[in-house]
Design a protein around this ligand. Sequence first.
Ligand SMILES: [Zn+2]
Ligand SMILES: [Zn+2]
Length: 267
Amino acid sequence: MKLIDTHAHLQFEAYDNDRDEVVKINSKELDVIINVGARIESSKSGVELAQKIPNFYAAVGVHPHHEDEWKTDWIYKLENLAKKPKVVAIGEIGLDNHEYKPLRVLRSNELQGYPKPNLKNQEKILKGQIELARKLSLPILFHCRNAYDELYESIKEYNDLRGLVHCFMGTIDQAKKFLDLGLYISFSGNLTYKGNDYIREAAKSVPLDKILVETDAPYLPPEPHRGTRNEPYRVRLTAEKLAEVKKVSFDKISEITNKNSRDLLNL
Ligand SMILES: [Zn+2]
Ligand SMILES: [Zn+2]
């Protein structure tokens, strides 16, 4: 059975040199790929890519890294994009309190960094985008790093949220709080990393009918591919690890994560 990658970024610069080939291979290997935006430009290019490839879909949103670039007209731009065919979610949006050191962009060797996190500003643009998702009845792809309790506090007031917390790296208790809000939890390649027993413990605690898999490609390649550019077909390695953690067969994980993805994203 082919898997669904609920979170990839094939429109990102990391694929500029060989995108056609990457798209060809991965669209064949997978049932569905959701290409997720991180700012207006990458949301737009994600939608354009999804419109070209039958089993590609898109999510549009402004990532908390880019809160300093937020302009008042962005919410209108985002709304226009969100109404386009094949857009299935608002994302990725959320809170990120991790201080990123300048990092080398995989392809071009340029140094790229992000400003010091400002959770107050991040929360403002998060809430604007949650309102948009509710207005358009779209599910939300939440991004969160080092701010799970803060994210929970900002979204617990909503009793009608549909969505998932992507690339989950929190504790069992934090997972439970998001599940109680009705959200799904998605696991990425870092589920396979040696030092990440805590993520595997959290995965053990998430019921099968609330669990999803993803790559976050080009980031977070699963073992044994750490340090390379990731691609959606490697979601299989994360699904295999998840099957091991949940003590069920790979077929069962494929079947249930596909069903969960289809239910949540109306695919
Ligand atoms: Zn993310
Ligand atoms: Zn992402």
